[in-house]
Design a protein around this ligand. Structure first.
Ligand SMILES: O=P(O)(O)OC[C@H]1O[C@H](O[C@H]2O[C@H](CO)[C@@H](O)[C@H](O)[C@H]2O)[C@H](O)[C@@H](O)[C@@H]1O
Length: 279
């Protein structure tokens, strides 16, 4: 509750609720750029062990732990190495913006079949890259999305700017969605985003407050969803994993930390504070 006359601060209200009812709190975290440092080769990304350990401690303290990612669920479970962490026994991973799911409690994946048209789309992306002399761009095939990565090209920014309108046209023709990110442009099957995924997980689990942490444009729908939830009286805390590559989330965040290092440190401090309150 804010002091009379003061501007209400939803982040502070959320933090109070989290400290008071940790077992009614969900912490939902993005993967790349938030839990995992950005690296050139997406297949060499890894969950920061300090962040994963802190999430494990938070899980042990009763919080519901979720990862909501643009990656396939199987990839993130492998790269994050969540299965070896005792406190993550009940964690949930939502992959491909919420279409796929992994439940640590059962070890089961729920992965819908690949949508029709992915092969035709892939062939067109290949042709487009060849026509622009950008065939060196790394392609990430995700079954229901293709990621075109520009990070390792000679001029990543110029390649990104050249590709964005063209891949956008291609996606529109196929009625697919375009998802620009940090040196990556994805064409993906439409119909889901991290905001919808987050809301539905909140409803399913019955938590009463949420923390969402992210770093990139694909996290914006989740940030907006938390803002909507707050307008409905549901406490939420928005944490931005900041970097020089993207600043779209900074203004709407309650807390800005310095990239995955800052996220790991903050999660550790949150676990310390909650453990101290309990003892
Ligand atoms: O929702 P996320 O978990 O943040 O996934 C978003 C995209 O992240 C990955 O790309 C980013 O990380 C790569 C590895 O560090 C980096 O090389 C790339 O430049 C970044 O954009 C991933 O490869 C994509 O599939 C995800 O959609």
């Amino acid at each position: 509750m804010s002091a009379a006359g003061a501007v209400p601060d939803p982040g502070i209200d959320a933090m109070r609720a989290i400290m008071q009812w940790p077992d009614k709190t969900m912490i939902a975290v993005d993967f790349d750029g938030t839990l995992a440092p950005i690296v050139d080769d997406p297949d060499r990304a890894f969950g920061d062990p300090r962040a994963i350990a802190a999430l494990g401690r938070l899980g042990g303290l009763g919080l519901t732990i979720a990862v909501i990612t643009g990656r396939p669920a199987r990839t993130v479970v492998r790269l994050g190495r969540f299965t070896s962490v005792p406190g993550l026994r009940n964690m949930i991973v939502l992959g491909q913006y919420g279409v796929e799911r992994w439940d640590a409690a059962t070890g089961e994946f729920s992965i819908p079949p690949e949508p029709d048209g992915i092969d035709a789309l892939t062939a067109e992306v290949d042709q487009l890259l060849a026509s622009l002399d950008l065939s060196d761009a790394r392609l990430e095939h995700k079954g229901r999305a293709i990621g075109v990565h520009t990070r390792e090209l000679a001029n990543p920014r110029a390649a990104f700017e050249t590709l964005l309108p063209r891949l956008n046209d291609l996606a529109e023709r196929h009625r697919w969605a375009i998802e620009p990110g940090k040196n990556v442009i994805e064409i993906r099957a439409p119909g889901m985003d991290k905001g919808v995924a987050l809301r539905s997980l909140i409803e399913e689990t019955g938590v009463r407050q949420v923390i969402f942490a992210g770093d990139d444009l694909g996290d914006l729908p989740a940030f907006r969803m938390v803002q909507n939830l707050r307008a409905e009286g549901f406490p939420g805390l928005l944490v931005c994993s900041a970097s020089h590559e993207e600043d779209a989330l900074t203004e709407i965040s309650d807390l800005i930390v310095s990239g995955p290092d800052g996220v790991a440190e903050w999660l550790g401090r949150l676990a310390d504070s909650l453990a101290a309150r309990r003892s």
